[in-house]
Design a protein around this ligand. Structure first.
Ligand code: ADP
Ligand code: MG
Length: 463
């Protein structure tokens, strides 16, 4: 009994400390818009990295022809091709293939990795041409989504700053990944041109814009959080590349899929230690945590870059920190417990048992765990909504002007699979915008921006 009372106190305190009243979120949104502006003013002007993508043309939906995409992320890469039929037919056909990267190649040499990617790409192209009997003899255009920190100086080049995740290929660091890929493709006899190097947020923006010209931003809520929107080039007073900056990427850690499981783990450990609600358990699993590494962008040296001449330029900002150590309590556990609708909260019991070796919990205790998941994810979603509201504010789209529609295209595993997160995000955005402006703003799930978007940008860049 005493344990239950103590535990209630811990949860009540958590609830209070995680509160995100609309007034606070409005401040966060305004700060976000302000920081975005500051990040455009001068390098190091803000902890929100405002990186230039150099993409100055987004797909319009009128593109025609066959285009390729290559998406290199964690352990797999995907190759795909898209047949575009112009404004009437749009995407006529897509084919894709996913390939696992052999682990030894993740720490080998650059030419081994890119050689492997190019050979798989060549096979895909050859198989596809055989099936369709289609080879128009034209140079093939490819968009390359590369989910590692790169310093870009043009739309189709970028030097690798460092590897993250499971990759560590020393001789690729500092090299232009597009040139590496281009060389490897030439060795395979593949006549293909890399038209654009992008990240997933830019791809999401492009993929959604292809179908809907009212899409103003692409946002990712996945392992990490980032976003891309279109900014006028003349609104970027000075672009001088990145400054070394070891700033805290706090926002990211409160909202991203990478961290929500870890936050709940910490709360549960606290609950266990303070109240003993889980009984006399071995807390060692609950105590297993991961180390945070600093943002990959923090190591990028200052460098001058030239603005693209086009009037508009897509920017993407990144609030990203990657972690390489295994996480015991992952966000999918949290959403599974949060969404548990069985009367006796069977899923919660199961997850507590499997992941944390906590057994024999009472229904009351399991309800408490669900509430903790709710508190943590609701805060994350509400802060995420404030971030989206901030982007709309930066764009002047947080108020309804001339009935102009604004669509935010969102992708990422957290948004896609964590229903309650998504619902909280959408309802909070409505709350922040108010009834009138809400009518003109839509949130749309844009599936697979990182793949199709790359091919679509290749199309728009080369037409
Ligand atoms: P990335 O950002 O690396 O491209 P994804 O967009 O595929 O990754 O998102 C993966 C992230 O989504 C995981 O780190 C996880 O936090 C989150 N996620 C995946 N499935 C679920 C789920 N069922 N419930 C909650 N979060 C999930
Ligand atoms: Mg992704």
């Amino acid at each position: 009994m005493a344990a239950a009372v103590e535990a209630e106190k811990v949860v009540a305190e958590l609830r209070e400390r995680c509160a995100t009243p609309a007034s606070l979120l409005r401040d966060v949104a305004a700060a976000m818009a302000g920081e975005m502006g500051a990040g455009l003013e001068k390098e190091g002007g803000s902890k929100v990295k405002m990186l230039l993508s150099y993409v100055d043309k987004l797909p319009t939906g009128r593109e025609e022809g066959l285009y390729y995409g290559l998406d290199l992320g964690g352990t797999n890469f995907r190759v795909l091709k898209v047949q575009l039929g112009g404004s009437k037919k749009h995407v006529v056909n897509t084919e894709s293939r996913e390939v696992t990267i052999p682990p030894p190649l993740m720490s080998g040499t650059s030419s081994e990795l890119f050689g492997f990617i190019a050979s798989e790409l060549a096979k895909f192209v050859a198989d596809e041409e055989e099936n369709t009997n289609l080879s128009n003899g034209k140079k093939k255009e490819l968009g390359f989504t590369f989910s590692f920190p790169v310093r870009q100086r043009s739309v189709a080049s970028g030097t690798l700053v460092k590897w993250t995740k499971a990759f560590s290929i020393v001789d690729a660091v500092g090299e232009d990944v597009v040139a590496e890929l281009q060389t490897a493709m030439a060795k395979q006899g593949l006549d293909m041109h890399v038209a654009a190097l992008i990240n997933d947020a830019v791809g999401t923006l492009a993929g959604a814009r292809y179908y809907d010209e009212d899409v103003v931003a692409g946002v990712i809520f996945g392992t990490g959080t980032n976003a891309a929107y279109v900014e006028k080039a003349n609104a970027i007073p000075k672009w001088e590349g990145e400054l070394p900056n070891s700033g805290n990427m706090i926002y990211e850690k409160l909202t991203s899929g990478m961290y929500l499981g870890e936050i709940v783990r910490r709360v549960l450990l606290n609950l266990s230690l303070q109240s003993g609600i889980f009984g006399a358990i071995d807390n060692s699993k609950l105590k297993t945590h991961f180390h945070l590494r600093c943002s990959p962008y923090s190591a990028i040296p200052a460098q001058k870059t030239v603005l693209p001449s086009a009037e508009k330029s897509i920017l993407y900002f990144k609030l990203d920190t990657k972690i390489s150590v295994d996480v015991i309590y992952r966000t999918p556990h949290i959403s599974a417990m949060h969404h548990d609708e069985t009367p006796d909260l069977k899923v919660v019991a199961e997850k507590l048992h499997q992941a944390l070796e906590i057994t024999d919990t009472s229904l009351e205790t399991r309800k408490m765990v669900v509430e903790i998941c709710d508190i943590v994810s609701r805060r994350a979603a509400r802060l995420a909504a404030a971030g989206v509201a901030g982007i709309l504010m930066k764009l002047g789209r947080n108020v309804c002007v001339d009935k102009q529609r604004s669509v935010i295209a969102i992708d990422g595993g957290l948004f896609e699979h964590y229903t309650k997160f998504r619902e909280y995000l959408e309802s909070t955005l409505g709350e922040l915008l108010g009834e009138e402006a809400s009518k003109s703003v839509a949130v749309k799930h844009a599936n697979d921006g990182s793949g199709i978007g790359a091919a679509l940008i290749a199309a728009s860049q080369s037409q």
